[in-house]
Design a protein around this ligand. Structure first.
Ligand code: AMP
Length: 298
């Protein structure tokens, strides 16, 4: 599989032509580049499950708010392409903004109520931008399966819902979050952290682990668990909480009493960098790579 050279195309026309020449199943991994092991976990899963893997690299302006980091978002195309080539990827689609949003572009996919919570509240228009670009990528590449990270839990739910509601003919596969050894979820934005902030950032996964421990102990009062998480984070001077949520894993509706499976998620600013992380709490699950909370820390 994928012994042929990797093709890199920049235009929709070339991508469509390349797609038409592919036989067998196609796994698509949409990314914004500056790749890390989290992205590669999606690529590897896609390789296992498909005859051919396509990856898109596009920093999508419409999913960034006016005061967000679109211009500063890290980019390194040469490094990304080398990584993808060594993973046996067959096709990389790297359109410019003018390819995806030509002059006069004036349409959007508007996801519904699932965006009225969590990231959707703090980042108005973000999921409209995400859904629109992902819908376009699905139309251009026509994948058999598309791969998304649990790291962006709400994004994965938005895409699953879009695919179901609008009858896209593909399967959405959600891949577990890949973490650094100390528990920090891998993210292209981690490069913004200075060494002190990098250390502080471990507080996100620690607080998730704390929530998980409390639920495993039988606690069900979401407000008090959120309060304990907030208390842990408050002891980290560089951290400022955007939100902490314990929600129904499917609808993302906030819970007052924890019912499993539940999604515990949070957004925290470490210095100027905004980080998100989450964990799914289910009856059978024990932490999915989250580090143990040191009891002396609490
Ligand atoms: P991005 O380039 O940040 O837009 O991410 C592209 C895809 O990789 C999205 O589906 C993300 O959820 C996924 N992803 C990012 N970080 C991780 C991670 N640490 N583990 C697993 N998937 C990830």
């Amino acid at each position: 599989m994928n012994t042929a050279a990797m093709r890199v195309v920049q235009t929709v026309t070339e991508a469509r032509d390349a797609r038409r020449a592919i036989r067998g199943s196609v796994g698509l991994v949409p990314t914004m580049g500056y790749l890390h092991e989290g992205h590669l976990a999606l690529v590897r899963r896609a390789r296992r499950e498909n005859d051919f893997v396509a990856v898109s690299i596009f920093v999508n302006p419409t999913q960034f708010g006016p005061n967000e980091d679109f211009a500063a978002y890290p980019r390194d195309m040469q490094r990304d392409l080398a990584m993808l080539e060594s993973e046996g990827v067959g096709l990389v689609f790297t359109p410019g903004v003018e390819q995806m949003y030509p002059k006069g572009f004036d349409c959007a996919i508007e996801p519904g109520g699932i965006t009225e919570r969590l990231e959707g509240v703090v980042r108005p228009g973000h999921f409209r931008g995400v859904a629109t670009i992902v819908a376009k990528l699905f139309h251009v590449i026509a994948p058999t399966r598309a791969y998304f990270g649990q790291k962006d839990a709400q994004q994965a739910r938005v895409i699953q819902k879009m695919v179901a509601d609008l009858d896209f003919d593909l399967d959405v596969v959600v891949v577990p979050t890949v973490r650094e050894a100390d528990g920090l979820a891998m993210s292209s934005r981690n490069v913004y952290l200075n060494p002190e902030e990098r250390q502080a950032a471990v507080v996100l996964s620690k607080s998730l682990r704390l929530a998980e421990q409390r639920v495993n102990e039988g606690r069900r009062d979401a407000a008090s668990i959120r309060g304990e998480m907030a208390g842990l984070i408050a002891r980290e001077p560089l951290a400022r909480i955007d939100y902490i949520s314990i929600a129904d894993a499917a609808s993302l509706a906030e819970l007052s009493e924890v019912r499993l499976p539940a999604l515990v998620s949070l957004a925290v600013r470490i210095g100027k960098t905004r980080l998100i992380d989450n964990a799914v709490l289910s009856a059978s699950q024990n932490g999915e790579g989250l580090p143990q909370v040191d009891q002396h820390d609490e």
